[in-house]
Design a protein around this ligand. Structure first.
Ligand SMILES: [Zn+2]
Length: 275
């Protein structure tokens, strides 16, 4: 009996969300990954290649078209139409496994991906500007260059993974310039696009948030992503605040599908209510 009530409640909540949002259908789902493991391990930030194969197979079988940042910009700025079932694959931080484990799969499945690089984490031959970090191993310049030739576009993700919500606007301006300069010095081509570290620019002050958007614009950043576990409706309302959906390595496969459909937030909420 309780089970039926739960199911009924779930259906009602889902229906309300669909009505309220005009639904994720027709929107642009943007998936956000971090680490990809070539082995069997998985965690909140790590999806292994066995699972990733299921994700990519699903997207291909269901007729999704993966987009580059440049495709989305062409859509927004030149009104180029999006394909019928668009999806964006993004990865944050620039882990080395994005080259060793992800890149071969991108080629095999003909999937485009967008990687947001932390400029100070990239391994250059001299490692002169390397920012030490405990998070893992990060990609080498030559690996980034190889990926930039096909299947991958890059975007900005700060110089050393600072949170822009904790920096002043002048500090953010300095960081943006330093990040772009470093990537240019390394010869890595980047799109005019930024992903907020820690998922969001969480300023509660609307004026400051607006000032940040203007600052990004002044620095020729023309698209910025947060993580809200939702899908923005089309046409996109704010190009500096585009929603992404975190794909956890802990997701069972059905949850990945729910994430692509744009309803993972509902399920997450429901799960937290039930706890
Ligand atoms: Zn990050």
């Amino acid at each position: 009996m309780v089970v039926y009530l739960i199911i009924a409640l779930l259906i009602v909540i889902a229906a309300l969300y669909i009505i309220k949002m005009g639904s994720a259908f027709g929107g642009l789902p943007v998936l956000n990954y971090h680490k990809i493991s070539g082995g069997n391990d998985f965690d909140f930030l790590t999806v292994n290649t066995a699972e990733l194969r299921r994700h990519f197979s699903y997207l291909n079988e269901k007729g999704y078209t993966t987009l580059f940042i440049s495709d989305v910009l062409a859509h927004i700025e030149q009104k180029k139409p999006l394909p019928a079932k668009p999806v964006m694959i993004t990865l944050d931080d620039g882990y080395r496994d994005n080259y060793t484990a992800l890149y071969p799969l991108l080629k095999e499945y003909n999937i485009k991906a967008n990687i947001f690089l932390v400029a100070g984490f990239i391994q250059s031959p001299d490692n002169k500007h390397l920012v030490p970090n405990p998070m893992g191993e990060f990609m080498q310049v030559k690996e980034a260059l190889e990926m930039s030739k096909d299947m991958v576009e890059f975007g900005l993700h700060t110089f050393s993974h600072q949170s822009y919500s904790k920096l002043s606007l002048p500090e953010i301006a300095t960081d943006l310039k330093k990040t772009k300069d470093r990537l240019q010095e390394l010869g890595i081509p980047v799109q005019p696009c930024h992903a907020y570290t820690f998922g969001a620019y969480s300023q509660t002050n609307d004026d400051k948030r607006q000032a940040l958007f203007e600052l990004l614009q002044q620095h020729d950043v023309r698209l910025a992503f947060r993580v809200s576990n939702w899908v923005d409706k089309q046409p996109l309302q704010n190009r500096y605040f585009i929603s992404r959906i975190h794909v956890s390595g802990l997701f069972p496969f059905w949850k990945f599908k729910v994430a692509v459909w744009g309803f993972i937030k509902i399920f997450n909420r429901f799960e937290s209510i039930m706890k």
